[in-house]
Structures are given as structure tokens and as C-alpha cells.
Write a protein that binds this ligand. Structure first.
Ligand code: ARG
Length: 460
């Protein structure tokens, strides 16, 4: 067994159990590219500052290129006894180029190195998530375009409430996703500062230039305080919180679509390509992808919870506990990306059943509130008109009919204010047309929303 990179003061080697328990290379090797880029920037800075020769720097850079090539070609041997991605790469570099490699860790600790890698990884991860969010938004907008004019029942408390345009409902998810991507962009902006050069926690007495490495790695600036730099994972809490919120949005979409795909609703049918069957019931066609979207939101929330609990009891500066930040991070990011991709595919492969929806629309007195507005327009105070319409609804319930089917004399028996014009307000189609407030479900308002989004996302 080789001596550890930190082995100078040690007489005995760690037990196999401890080695197995504490290694992180099995999962943090995902950070290899960030780690190598960090080392490139660091070595160049050290040379610039006179802390290593130009030729040492060159051999380090060549060695790092070779290691990157080996990793990407699948030839690199990751060793658990070398603990983590950082020491695997550094030790491999020493195997490869010898002496010069020993200068690379000058004025650097794994504490600033690891958090630099993670910040760099998060920047890319955020870009990936944001682009998946875009794709889902586009899929929802295209689905809206396909279903122009389709009225669906709007629900509150899962009880029939008011008629809305399906486009309006679909665009409500687009809005939520837009805030999700805004949160990610904010998060990226806030995390884009360099910890490199904070070293273990106190900085260094060597004449390094943290601004140079910060620039080289595309950070906005070095973090001001070296203790803060190695301590905090608040940027991960932010990213995982944002993912959790997105996951909840997707879970609600999943819940709605699973419900709508049921025999009882029958509002939508997913194509075979996004459905699965049952191993026992031959007739079954299940909307599994959206059920799993709902289900996987639990993992994303769990990942955030893990990280919150991980951080809560730590004294300032680096603690080894922080090694446990990576798996929840990776899991949260991969899971949310999968959820977004599958939701977009589902949206591309779903059909809304116009006829079935239309047949169901007369139930539930969706036009009652529009009728109350009609009375308000005739000068009746809203509380009174609410009561009048309530009585008209009660009449419908007892006669088992719709508001639009009540003859005028029955309506005038409740209030003399009703006249023939009332029938222009009744029925789900008339009712939807009456909405005109900004952001409402009226056809003009929804067309405005749709054209906003088409322009915003370049959908022709
Ligand atoms: N693998 C470690 C982590 O992920 C790297 C930092 C270890 N630092 C240390 N002083 N042991 O956090």
C-alpha cells in the first residue's frame, strides 16, 4: 500500500473499514473536470507569482491534459485508497510527471479546492436545469397552441368552480417555471465567487493572487473572507431549495394529469409512448411517467432536507461532514433534470379529449359567478347578487337543470332585475367570454398571454 499524501506524521495506516467508510472518490470523481480546471488556473497563477518555474508549470499542465484524456477515455484508474477526486488526480500527476507535481498543492488545501470544484459544477448544472425548464415551457406552450379555444372546468377544492381556457391553465405552469428558472439564475449569480486561495481556512503567507485564479475560472471575484469561503454550503442549500420548489410544481402538474387521465375525468389520454401497462391486468394503460414525476419530487425534497440537517450543527470552517454534500447535490440535479425532461415528453405526447371535456362542462354551474357579475352590472350590490344567484342555483339543483335552462319568469321570480339579456351570460361558453380583467381567462386576455410567451421564447 502506498503512503498517503498526508502521511508524514503517521506511523500506522488506517483500517480497511475506515478507508472504505471515508472515501469519496466513488462519487466525487464526477468533479474531475472542475478539479483539473481549478488546478490549471492554480498552477498558472503560482508560476506567474514566482512560486513555481515556468517549466514546472508546463509539465503540470501537460500532465493534467494527459490525466483528463485518460479519465475521458475510461483508462484512468480511480483508487479508493487515494480517498477523493483531488488526491487521485494529484497522486496520478505525481506518478506521471514526478517532482514538479509536488508543487501543485502550494497555497492550496482540499478545503478550498473541493468547494471551488463544487461551485464550478453547480454553475454548469444550473445552466443544464435552466435549459430543461425552457424545453418544458416550450412543450407546454405548443400544447396550448394545439388546443386553442378549448374550455375546461376550473376547480377549487377540486370542486367545479368557473370555466377556464385550457390555454390559461397550461400557461399558469409556464409562469411558475419561469420563476423557477429565475431563482436558479439568482443562485448562480450569488455562488459565482471564488474560494480558491482560502487554503485550509486562514489564507496563506505566500504571495498568491486570488484575483487571477478567480478570473481564470470565470468567477466574479474571490470570496472576501477565507473562513467563510471554506465553511459555507449556503449556495447548495439555495440550489436544492430551488430544485425542491420546481419539483413541487412538477409534482402538482403530475397529480393533475394523472387525475385527468383517469376514467372518472377522462380529460386527457397519453400516447402509448409515454404510458406503461400492468403485468397482471391486460387492459391497463397507466400514466406512470407523471406518477414518477410526482414520486421523485420526494427525493428532491429529501436531498434538500439532508443538506439542511448536514449543515445545521457545524462549527465554522471546514468539517469532514461536508463531504456528505455531494450525493444529495448530484441526486437533486439529476433527478430534477429527469423530471423536467419526462414532463416535456409527456406534454408532447398527450391529447386532450375535447368531446369528453365538452360533455362534462354543463355540470357544476360553472357560470354562476358570471351571473352574479351580470347582476352587479345591473346595479345590484355583490352580496345581494350572490344571494340571488345562490337561490337560482338551488332552484336548478331541485329541478336538476342548468342555470341557462331556467326560463325568464322563474329567474324574475327570484329578482325582478333579470331580463332577456341574462342568457348572454349563461352557459360555459358565454361565461368564459365575459372575463376581461388583466390576467383573466377571457379569450383576449389569454391570447395576450400566449403571444407574450411565443415572443419571449421565440415560438413561431
Ligand atoms: N473529500 C473531501 C470533501 O469532499 C475533500 C476535502 C477533505 N479535506 C480534508 N481536510 N480532509 O469534502
Amino acid at each position: 500500500k502506498e503512503k498517503k499524501l498526508w502521511g508524514g506524521r503517521f506511523q500506522d495506516r488506517v483500517t480497511d473499514a475506515v478507508e472504505r467508510f471515508s472515501e469519496s472518490v466513488s462519487f466525487d470523481k464526477k468533479l474531475y473536470r472542475q478539479d483539473i480546471n481549478g488546478s490549471r488556473a492554480h498552477a498558472s497563477m503560482l508560476a506567474e507569482q514566482g512560486l513555481m518555474s515556468a517549466s514546472d508549470k508546463d509539465s503540470i499542465l501537460h500532465g493534467l491534459d494527459e490525466i483528463e484524456r485518460q479519465i475521458e477515455g475510461g483508462e484512468f484508474v480511480w483508487r479508493a485508497d487515494r480517498e477523493d477526486v483531488h488526491m487521485n488526480i494529484e497522486a496520478a500527476l505525481t506518478d506521471l510527471i514526478g517532482e514538479p507535481a509536488k508543487k501543485l498543492h502550494t497555497a492550496r488545501s482540499r478545503n478550498d479546492q473541493v468547494v471551488t470544484d463544487v461551485r464550478l459544477w453547480c454553475r454548469d448544472a444550473i445552466d443544464r436545469i435552466v435549459s430543461c425548464i425552457r424545453q418544458l415551457q416550450v412543450a407546454l406552450i405548443k400544447l396550448a397552441i394545439k388546443n386553442e379555444g378549448l374550455i375546461v372546468p376550473g376547480y377549487t377544492h377540486l370542486q367545479r368552480a368557473q370555466p377556464v381556457l385550457l390555454q390559461h391553465l397550461l400557461l399558469s405552469y409556464v409562469e411558475q417555471l419561469e420563476r423557477d428558472s429565475g431563482r436558479l439564475v439568482d443562485c448562480k449569480d450569488r455562488l459565482n465567487f471564488s474560494p480558491l486561495g482560502a487554503c485550509a481556512l486562514a489564507g496563506t503567507g505566500l504571495p498568491i493572487n486570488r484575483f487571477m485564479t478567480s478570473d481564470a475560472l470565470g468567477f466574479r471575484a474571490p470570496l472576501r473572507n477565507s473562513i467563510d469561503a471554506v465553511s459555507d454550503r449556503d449556495f447548495l442549500l439555495e440550489l436544492l431549495s430551488s430544485n425542491s420548489i420546481t419539483a413541487i410544481h412538477l409534482s402538482r402538474l403530475g397529480e393533475e394529469w394523472v387525475l385527468w387521465a383517469s376514467e372518472e375525468f377522462g380529460f386527457l389520454t397519453p400516447s402509448d409512448s409515454v404510458s406503461t401497462g400492468s403485468s397482471i391486468m391486460p387492459q391497463k394503460k397507466n400514466p406512470d411517467p407523471m406518477e414518477l414525476v410526482r414520486g421523485k419530487s420526494a427525493r428532491v425534497i429529501g436531498d434538500l432536507t439532508t443538506l439542511l440537517v448536514l449543515c445545521k450543527g457545524l462549527p465554522q470552517a471546514y468539517n469532514r461532514d461536508l463531504q456528505e454534500d455531494k450525493e444529495p447535490l448530484f441526486d437533486s440535479v439529476e433527478t430534477i433534470i429527469g423530471m423536467l425532461e419526462v414532463s416535456a415528453e409527456f406534454a408532447e405526447n398527450v391529447t386532450f379529449n375535447r368531446e369528453r371535456i365538452q360533455r362534462s362542462l354543463p355540470a357544476g354551474h360553472l357560470d354562476a359567478t358570471t351571473l352574479a357579475d351580470y347582476l352587479v352590472k345591473k346595479g345590484i350590490p355583490f352580496r345581494t347578487s350572490h344571494d340571488i344567484v345562490g337561490r337560482a342555483v338551488a332552484m336548478c339543483v331541485s329541478k336538476n337543470c342548468q342555470l341557462s335552462e331556467l326560463p325568464l319568469d322563474q329567474l324574475t321570480s327570484i329578482s325582478p332585475v333579470f331580463d332577456e339579456s341574462v342568457y348572454e351570460f349563461l352557459g360555459f361558453e358565454n361565461s368564459v367570454k365575459k372575463f376581461c380583467s388583466y390576467g383573466s381567462t377571457g379569450p383576449d386576455c389569454v391570447a395576450d398571454q400566449l403571444s407574450f410567451w411565443c415572443k419571449q421564447l421565440n415560438i413561431g
